[in-house]
Design a protein around this ligand. Structure first.
Ligand code: FE
Length: 224
């Protein structure tokens, strides 16, 4: 069996959020898909270890924010590589509360869905939640982020920001990889979101610089 065949499946990138009591949480998920049109139903698969999963098992309502292609790595890092058991993910982002009482991330979202769980399927490591869509909104036009595009950015093969046609002399800086999340620091690109300009070698990053995806310290990085 060639498991690489599965890499050819295409997915989007979403933030799935819920609330139980005073706890708001959300996580990045790529497995969100519409399954029926009448009534409109979607399915979402969440890992059982995730805090969002724990809350959703009790709340039975969730929102899906469809991320735009320009979503910064820092936002994906907050919702994808950090746990709501340790940080308050909604503290520094733009969101609103939906009619069902769930938080809806609107920062970098093209659209959102609000959903009520109807069926849960235990599929081993994950639970598949089948849900009725009770509300849907569009915030702006644009291209949605895809899972494939996100991986290209992570590998550093796609610039974090729209590329400017600028010819700069190529310098030979070494790339470094985060051992925690796999993020690759590319000196040519720097880390503009953290104020690190392009052409900053890894060695010259400030000591308190952290992985833009998972927040790991410089020491967690290895030379490629
Ligand atoms: Fe990392």
């Amino acid at each position: 069996m060639n498991e690489k065949a599965l890499w050819k499946l295409s997915y989007g990138l979403y933030v799935v959020s819920t609330r139980y009591g005073s706890e708001l949480n959300g996580q990045v998920a790529n497995t969100v898909f519409q399954i029926t049109a009448e009534p409109i139903k979607v399915a979402v698969a969440l890992n059982k270890n995730n805090y969002t999963h724990e809350l959703l098992k009790k709340s039975k309502v969730f929102s899906v924010s469809i991320l735009e292609k320009e979503t910064p790595m820092s936002l994906i890092g907050t919702f994808g590589f950090k746990s709501g058991r340790e940080i308050k993910k909604f503290e520094n982002v733009k969101y609103k509360m939906g009619g069902s009482g769930v938080p809806i991330l609107i920062e970098h979202a093209l659209a959102s869905l609000e959903c009520e769980v109807e069926t849960e399927v235990d599929v081993g490591s994950h639970t598949l939640f089948v849900a009725k869509v009770i509300n849907a909104e569009v915030y702006k036009e644009g291209e949605p982020m895809t899972y494939d595009y996100y991986h290209q950015i992570k590998r550093g093969s796609v610039p974090k920001t729209a590329p400017m046609a600028m010819e700069v002399p190529k310098k030979e800086y070494k790339k470094y990889r985060c051992r925690i999340c796999g993020y690759i620091y590319d000196p040519e690109k720097g880390d503009p979101e953290a104020g690190i300009p392009p052409d900053t070698p890894f060695e010259e990053l400030p000591e308190d610089w952290v992985c833009p995806l998972c927040g790991a310290p410089k020491s967690a990085f290895e030379e490629l």
